[in-house]
Every structure is written in structure tokens, then in C-alpha cells.
Design a protein around this ligand. Structure first.
Ligand code: SF4
Length: 261
């Protein structure tokens, strides 16, 4: 049965709930609610102790990693590689635990992010947090959040190709330090730039892509700011989140089986 807390998260996302009476659960929505709506929220994602996991072939001590993170942070703060440095308040590197299994990547800082120096704050950030919590994740515990661009484009316009080209190496270095198990690209801009394609978002959803040298699994879904404008697509986003969670579970289960054999 759904926990009351998860039910609240799903309702925050805007997912109507329907629980079959013959499973003993209370009816949560009008009878007209279509049956494609998930009857049960998934169990929380399994917690995997990062400390117990080998993290790729490159051995970086925690001291070296801390130094590299600091260098990255300072380079982004000082960066003038593209014209966006002239209009931003500050560079926004990212937020979250530096050994997180999950990496969420959006497009670029918005006005509030630019002001506060943290990605995904404000209404879109609150929706993202609720989406993550609905699959058992938390930005303070097991998710690192970053953007393709580290500086805000004026008036939130789409990033230009030359800006992405200048900025992407920062994200690549971030990913090399984080070594996430799975990446979730939120929104068309992030997905297209990470995957090097101009395919529409609808064609990129629902399958596992891979990113970078480590071929990190990458799943695509909608940007929470888009979902705030288009709440009718929240159900599709919920399917994407469940899909991503199942990919993650398969990965960690496969690793656990490999360690036992
Ligand atoms: S967007 Fe990236 S490349 Fe451009 S100024 Fe900001 S940090 Fe530098």
C-alpha cells in the first residue's frame, strides 16, 4: 500500500492516484480516473553504500578529489570563456553529495538560481524535489544536481551552441569526479546537448542512453518548469521516473550479484 508520505509526494507532482479496491487499498480518485495511472508507487530506491562500491578504474584519493572539486568551483566562479559571464550574477556549479549515485542535469540556471547560486530552486526546484522524493530520492542525500550551462542566459533564452561547447567540459569534469551510477537529463535542451542530437524529447524518453567514457546510463524526462506549464504531461514524467528507478535497481542488483559470485 502507498505510504501516506509517498501519496503526498505524488499528489504534489500532480499525479492522480488510483488504488484497486481488491488490493485492499482505499480509492484515491474518482472512478473515471484511467487505469493507466500507477496503482502503486514503487518502493524507495535501494540505498547503496557509495563507500562500498568501486568507482571506476581511476583511483582518486578523497584528498585529491576535494582539491579537484575546489579547482572546478573556482574556475567556474572566475570563468569568462563565453559571453554569459558578463550578465550572470554568479556561476552555479551544482549541489548535492559528491558521491551521489544519481546525477540530475538540467539546462542552465534561471533567475532565482543565478541569485542564490544553487540549481533548481524556486517552483521548478520544489517540483523536482517532489518528483525525486516520489521515487525515494533526496537532493541532500543521494542526488547531485547540475546544469549543462553554469551561467544564466539572459531572459532564460536557450543556450547557444558556442556557449554549450565552452561550458560542457566543466560538466564532464564534474561527472568524472562524481562517477554517478545513473544520469537523469531533464528537459529537451539538456538531453539534446548531452546526447549530441536534435531529436525531439518524445523520441529520447523511454530508453536508456549512455554518456561519456564510462558509458553512464542516462534517462531522459521533462523539465519541471515545463511540467509546471504543462501539467498534463506529469503522468509521462512519472513513467520516466519509474523507468529510471528500475534501470538503477537493475544496475545495483547486477553489481550486487557480481560481488556475490
Ligand atoms: S556558461 Fe560556462 S563557459 Fe560560459 S561563462 Fe559561464 S561557466 Fe564559463
Amino acid at each position: 500500500m502507498l505510504s501516506e508520505q509517498r501519496r503526498q509526494y505524488l499528489e504534489t507532482i500532480g499525479i492522480d492516484l488510483w488504488v484497486r479496491r481488491d488490493r485492499g487499498g482505499p480509492s484515491m480518485a474518482p472512478a473515471a480516473t484511467p487505469s493507466v495511472v500507477p496503482a502503486e508507487a514503487p518502493a524507495p530506491a535501494r540505498s547503496v553504500s557509495p563507500a562500498a562500491e568501486p568507482r571506476g578504474s581511476t583511483v582518486v584519493t578523497s584528498g585529491e578529489a576535494a582539491t579537484q572539486w575546489q579547482q572546478l568551483l573556482e574556475e567556474v566562479r572566475r570563468c569568462t570563456l563565453c559571453p554569459l559571464h558578463a550578465t550572470r550574477t554568479q556561476g552555479v556549479l551544482g549541489v548535492g553529495p559528491r558521491r551521489a549515485d544519481w546525477l540530475v542535469i538540467g539546462e542552465a540556471p534561471g533567475a532565482e538560481e543565478d541569485r542564490r547560486g544553487e540549481p533548481f530552486v524556486g517552483a521548478a526546484g520544489q517540483l523536482l524535489d517532489a518528483m525525486l522524493r516520489a521515487i525515494g530520492l533526496d537532493r541532500h542525500t543521494n542526488v547531485y544536481i547540475a546544469n549543462v550551462l553554469k551561467s544564466r542566459p539572459p531572459n532564460n533564452r536557450d543556450p547557444r551552441p558556442e556557449e554549450v561547447e565552452a561550458c560542457l567540459p566543466y560538466l564532464v569534469r564534474q561527472i568524472a569526479l562524481l562517477q554517478p551510477k545513473i544520469m537523469l537529463a531533464v528537459g529537451r535542451i539538456a538531453a539534446q546537448n548531452l546526447l549530441g542530437t536534435d531529436a525531439p524529447l518524445g523520441r529520447l524518453r523511454g530508453r536508456v542512453h549512455h554518456f561519456g567514457e564510462r558509458q553512464t546510463p542516462l534517462v531522459v524526462t521533462y523539465h519541471p518548469a515545463y511540467l509546471l506549464r504543462t501539467p498534463g504531461d506529469k503522468r509521462k514524467a512519472w513513467e520516466d521516473l519509474k523507468f529510471a528507478r528500475s534501470v538503477y535497481q537493475q544496475l545495483t542488483q547486477g553489481a550486487a550479484d557480481g560481488n556475490r559470485s
